[in-house]
Design a protein around this ligand. Structure first.
Ligand code: ADP
Ligand code: MG
Length: 658
């Protein structure tokens, strides 16, 4: 192939522009990205060589070499991994294959800080080289291809790149960065070692640099020992040394890994700029042996809600990298967890299909899910700082460092991931009880999402035999719902749920610790022992007296309401809508419709408040028909819905107002 010039995919060109402008403040990550690519390339070679050991040619020691040339202003990262064919160089370095690229680029705002966050999450990878280089040359030969089938790829990082065929004896890839004038500091041994130490120490591959030694300058004037010498300098010795630890981080004993190293490893595997919230690192022994290193990120990724999003677990088998995003290793509701699992038992040639069926994998998945839950339980336990207790002499307990470090983390976790965790109620029956304890809600006594079901139970009134909750689109909607009136009057706490998944998830939670969960918008309200006898009696009498009115209302609203009945749940409002006990809530039906999904037609029950002036006025009114419809439509509006025929509603109200 003779030299040809090709254009970058439009998104790449856009991304490149942003990379060089937004990541400026965090330049040095380019090295982490390029070393990570080199390491991936070696992983791929090792993986392909499982079935074809010839791919190693005569060069089985996989490694990465860093070399710089101060005079030429270049920094070169060379690996002897899988390499690239010409077509692969065009495909992989000219386009971004990742799904959601367009979407991602469209989210970038031009705000440097916000963008670098997003770019970090997305992972700019190879293109980060352009932060420090105004030109990048890549030379490569794919393992197994002939020497004259090498490729050279060159680009200035603007709209296009050049490719041509070259002869290259060495297998693998060299990325040659032509450093910008303001990035010449990277052509220095100590600077490179410093960055490797910070970001790439955990890479299991040796990273080599040529040893340098100090050389005195030449003596110009032998009679003048001190003044007559040229300045000295570092010179290369031709000897290569390993500058990283070169052992996979997760294989090291916990005590040998610092928090900082755990954090950098997390950043490297997750492409997150921020530190993780917490992690757990264990060797699991028993019938299935594996090592797990699992992290909970500090922030939810932008595609958290995509249930097809791959879990962030990398699978290794006996240190050999097998695959990214091994979704079989964690249940879907824990898809936000990042980390590594290294199994001693799985076969090296394991495929995704095989993973789904393997009993070892099932044991690993169960083990990982349990670990994540333990980690969360621990954070939940330490969320609030213990009250500093003073003893008799007035000496206050010192809050431990561990307590301080963990305080507030569960709240942070729950804000980011609480809603996803709830999916677990429907997905992970074995851990349902543990999950239920981890849930937090707002309530009529707490605006913040901090009430656990156990807190709620501890505050239940004497004679209360259910945990009451309401679901709504917004907190304000939930709080001001007419259905809550009687609960407020009696001082009974009600959980306010506003996450989209709540309605669905609560289907799977019939009770907590023996106490039933009861939606206040479903079924007839039965306050049981909380209702006093005189109230009960008054209600029964009213029901008898208003029978004819209810029958008339039912007839007038027969197309809209399943039934019309009296209720004691209302105090200030004339009417509200509820659904039958087993029915789908109106809110869920609305949500499904908005999402374009088939939802059953939910015909609610209209409940009226016999004590309300408007209801008292109904009987015998000449406007009975209009009032009946207004009553219904208002109840619908009050709970966040819209009348079927809004114009008709407005007309009716206006007619009465006039
Ligand atoms: P990612 O690593 O997330 O796939 P990058 O932008 O870092 O994205 O790299 C893009 C692709 O270019 C890689 O997936 C790989 O196919 C190819 N590539 C980059 N560097 C190398 C390398 N040193 N050896 C072989 N292939 C490479
Ligand atoms: Mg990469």
């Amino acid at each position: 192939m003779t030299k040809q010039t090709l254009s970058f995919q439009a998104e790449v060109a856009q991304l490149l522009h942003l990379v060089t402008h937004s990541l400026y403040s965090n330049k040095e990550i380019f090295l982490r990205e390029l070393i990570s690519n080199a390491s991936d390339a070696c992983d791929k070679l090792r993986f392909e060589a499982i079935n074809d050991s010839g791919l190693y040619e005569s060069d089985p020691e996989l490694q990465v070499k860093l070399a710089f040339d101060k005079d030429a202003k270049t920094l070169t990262i060379t690996d002897n991994g899988i390499g690239m064919s010409a077509q692969e160089a065009i495909d992989h370095l000219g386009t971004i294959a990742k799904s959601g690229t367009k979407d991602f680029v469209s989210k970038l705002s031009g705000d440097q800080k916000a963008d670098s966050q997003l770019i970090g999450q997305f992972g700019v990878g190879f293109y980060s080289g352009f932060i420090v280089a105004d030109k990048i040359t890549v030379e490569s030969r794919r393992a197994g291809m002939k020497e004259n089938e090498g490729v050279r790829w060159v680009s200035g990082g603007a709209g296009d790149f050049e490719v041509e065929t070259i002869t290259r004896a060495a297998r693998g890839t060299s990325v040659i960065l032509h450093l910008r004038d303001d990035a010449l500091e990277y052509a220095s041994a100590w600077k490179l070692k410093d960055i490797v130490n910070k970001y790439s120490d955990h890479i299991s591959l040796p990273i080599l640099m040529e040893k340098e030694e100090w050389k005195e300058g030449e003596l110009i004037n032998p009679s003048d020992e001190n003044g007559g010498r040229q300045p000295g300098g570092m010179v290369k010795t031709g000897e290569w040394e390993t500058v990283n630890q070169a052992t996979a981080l997760w294989t090291r004993p916990k005590k040998d890994v610092s928090d900082e190293q755990y954090t950098e490893f997390y950043k490297a595997i997750s492409h997150d700029f921020e530190a993780p919230l917490t992690w757990t690192h264990n060797r699991v022994e028993g019938s299935t042996e594996y090592t797990q290193l699992l992290y909970i990120p500090g922030k939810a990724p932008m595609d958290l809600w995509n249930r097809d999003k791959k879990a962030g677990i990398k699978l290794y088998v006996k240190r050999v990298f097998i695959m990214d995003d091994a979704e079989a290793l964690l249940p879907t509701y824990l898809r936000f967890v990042k980390g590594v699992v290294d199994s001693a038992d799985l076969p090296l040639n394991v495929s995704r299909e095989l993973l789904q069926e393997s009993r070892d994998v099932k044991a690993i998945r169960d083990g990982c899910a349990k670990r994540v839950l333990s980690m969360l339980e621990d954070l939940a336990k330490h969320d609030k700082l213990p009250e500093a207790a003073a003893d008799a002499e007035g000496v206050t307990d010192v809050v431990s460092d561990e307590d301080k470090a963990k305080a507030g983390k569960y709240t942070r976790f729950y804000t980011e991931f609480g809603a996803v965790l709830k999916e677990g109620l429907g997905e992970d029956f074995a851990n349902k009880d543990r999950l239920a304890k981890l849930l937090r809600f707002a309530s009529t006594t707490s605006d913040s999402v901090s009430v656990s079901l156990a807190d709620y139970k501890a505050r239940m009134k004497d004679g209360q035999d259910a945990i009451y909750y309401i679901t709504a689109d917004t907190l304000a909607g939930a709080k001001n719902s007419p259905q809550l009136e009687v609960f407020k009057k009696k001082g009974i706490e009600v959980l306010l749920m506003t996450d989209r998944v709540d309605e669905w998830a609560l289907n799977f939670l019939n009770d907590f610790d023996g106490t039933p969960m009861q939606s206040v918008a479903k079924g007839a309200v039965d306050l049981g022992k909380l209702q006093d006898e005189t109230e009960k009696k008054a209600a029964e009498e009213a029901a008898e007296a208003l029978k004819p009115l209810l029958a008339k209302l039912k007839e007038a609203l027969k197309d809209k309401a399943e039934d019309v009945r009296l209720t004691t749940r209302l105090v200030d409002s004339p009417a509200c809508l509820v659904v039958q006990d087993a029915g789908m809530s109106m809110q869920l039906a609305r949500m499904l419709k908005q999402a374009g999904q088939a939802a059953p037609e939910v015909k609610p029950v209209l409940e009226v408040n016999a004590e309300h002036a408007l209801v008292k006025k109904l009987d015998g009114s000449v406007h009975f028909h209009d009032l009946a419809h207004i009553l219904f439509d208002q109840a619908l509006i009050a709970e966040g819905g819209l009348p079927d025929d809004p114009a008709a509603y407005v007309k009716r109200v206006n007619a009465l107002l006039a």
